[in-house]
Design a protein around this ligand. Structure first.
Ligand code: MLT
Length: 268
């Protein structure tokens, strides 16, 4: 489905019935990275997945991007769907956007799942890396970005033994326009430090991390779990950064149990 939000076409899927769980994808993927979670969880609740601005079937305007803008897109889409409150699941960049969303709309967040993400802003070296990747995208296209990103996103074992996952990730990355990839890189480079926000998060929170995630490692997950009051941490074995794709059943089970504990699935 597509709807015009904040002047651009935004694509999303809306499956199942009951309390909504909203999924925000990683950089530089799209909403189909949640296919397994969507199939399993939509039997118990309403599952909304969104192609963020610049990704998948959403428009990728050539202009300034920010994580606040992405949060505004999510808010406007939820308004359009008459969803007042939801559980939100964000992986990596999706988690960065959830921090921006929470800053503005805490009252709309019934529960947070922060997966393979971090609260810290980019270091100067990290910002420089964003700049270099944007140049690569501009000069050599999205397949060059896929070459760089795949070893950061998936574990060596997944790359060696699960070519179908590698191919799926490659297709998602190559399906993005360079304007969207560069826009996201600028947005992530400019994001603020969210560590001061952590202690103010008052909704139930689940942290998830793949045990061999190098991009946002266990230490980042522990920091969030330590600082967010009452947060729980789950470490997923046999997974790196894209834990939901590498270990879909376990990831889904953690989200489902969390939603049940928050009191918002039809399966109790
Ligand atoms: C992601 O998976 O969204 C990215 O690895 C986030 C980042 O580059 O910081």
């Amino acid at each position: 489905m597509q709807v015009t939000i904040n002047g651009i076409a935004l694509a999303y899927s809306d499956t199942g019935r009951g309390f909504p769980i909203v999924f925000l994808h990683a950089f530089p993927l799209n909403r189909t990275m949640w296919a397994q979670q969507e199939a399993a969880l939509s039997r118990h609740c309403r599952v909304v997945t969104i192609d963020l601005r610049g990704h998948g079937e959403s428009d990728a305007p050539l202009w300034h991007y920010s994580l606040d803008q992405a949060a505004e897109d999510v808010r406007a889409l939820l308004d359009h769907m008459s969803i007042q409150q939801a559980i939100f699941v964000g992986l990596s960049m999706g988690g960065y956007i959830l921090f921006a969303f929470y800053r503005r709309y805490a009252g709309r967040v019934k529960g947070l799942v922060l997966a393979d993400t971090r609260a810290q802003a980019d270091t100067p070296e990290g910002k420089e890396g964003r700049f270099q990747m944007a140049q690569t995208a501009y000069k050599n296209g999205s397949s060059a970005v896929a070459d760089i990103m795949i070893p950061k996103l998936l574990s060596p074992a997944t790359i060696r033994t699960k070519p179908e996952i590698v191919q799926r990730v490659r297709m998602m990355i190559e399906g993005n326009q360079v304007s969207g990839i560069a826009g996201d890189l600028m947005a992530m480079a400019e994001r603020p430090d969210s560590i001061p926000l952590l202690k103010q998060i008052s909704c139930p929170t689940q942290i998830i991390v793949g045990e061999s995630d190098q991009a946002t490692p266990l230490s980042d997950a522990k920091l969030m779990a330590d600082q967010i009051p009452g947060a729980h941490l789950a470490v997923i074995p046999g997974a790196a950064h894209l834990a939901n794709l590498e270990q879909p059943e376990l990831f889904t089970q953690i989200v489902r149990s969390f939603a049940e504990n928050v009191g918002e699935t039809g399966s109790r």
